[in-house]
Design a protein around this ligand. Structure first.
Ligand SMILES: NC(=O)c1ccc[n+]([C@@H]2O[C@H](COP(=O)([O-])OP(=O)(O)OC[C@H]3O[C@@H](n4cnc5c(N)ncnc54)[C@H](OP(=O)(O)O)[C@@H]3O)[C@@H](O)[C@H]2O)c1
Length: 168
């Protein structure tokens, strides 16, 4: 199993506001879709709630929801009481499992060393919001730029995507 994480963050580390995404960047959405397609995804209960009902569960990916609520159920999703429990479910498989947020779940996964690699979209803009990607020590990671995207009529901000692989 590879434990992966994927996020899009603003220059000031904002990732969301009012339990929603802030920016509309179809090219980054496509990158998220292409990267996670076919792989299990792990998300906090608030992130799950933020996805419009008609689009969830996200298709062709096993959707795992993390909650402390006893008896929580969501149609066609797996529900776990912790990030570790969700990862344990895939232990011993050759799956690549993606932590897809939100803020609490990213912080928990990084604080507890539960991530082997990260795909971080760095948006070249600051946003106001209420949810942040946590600070982390860049020196612990090998970093490679894997995509650069300029502003165009459909994508109002430029961004770069970096792949972070934990140094051994
Ligand atoms: N830009 C991006 O790439 C990106 C990606 C994903 C999400 N987001 C944004 O992030 C925001 C949501 O993030 P958030 O931080 O508010 O919430 P979240 O991390 O999605 O979910 C928080 C919930 O997860 C459960 N939880 C958290 N820690 C837990 C633990 N240790 N054990 C068991 N359950 C735990 C709790 O659920 P219960 O309350 O049910 O117990 C908690 O309320 C939204 O604005 C969303 O749009 C942005």
């Amino acid at each position: 199993m590879i434990r992966s994480l994927i996020v899009a963050k603003a220059k000031n580390n904002v990732i969301g506001a009012n339990n929603d995404l802030i920016w509309d960047l179809p090219r980054d959405m496509q990158f998220f879709k292409d990267t996670t397609m076919g792989h299990p995804i792990i998300m906090g209960r608030r992130n799950y709630d933020s996805i419009p009902p008609k689009w969830r569960p996200l298709p062709n990916r096993e959707n795992c929801i993390i909650t402390r609520k006893e008896g929580f159920e969501a149609e066609k999703c797996l529900v776990f009481g912790s990030v570790e429990e969700a990862l344990d479910h895939y232990k011993g498989t050759d799956q690549k499992v993606f932590v897809i947020g939100g803020g609490q779940i990213y912080k928990y996964a990084l604080d507890h060393n539960l991530v082997d690699e990260m795909f971080i979209t760095h948006i070249d803009h600051e946003f106001e919001g209420d949810t942040y990607f946590p600070d982390f020590d860049e020196s612990e990671w090998n970093i490679e730029v894997i995509m650069e995207s300029e502003i165009d009529e459909k994508n109002p901000y430029s961004f770069i995507v970096k792949k972070y692989t934990r140094k051994v």
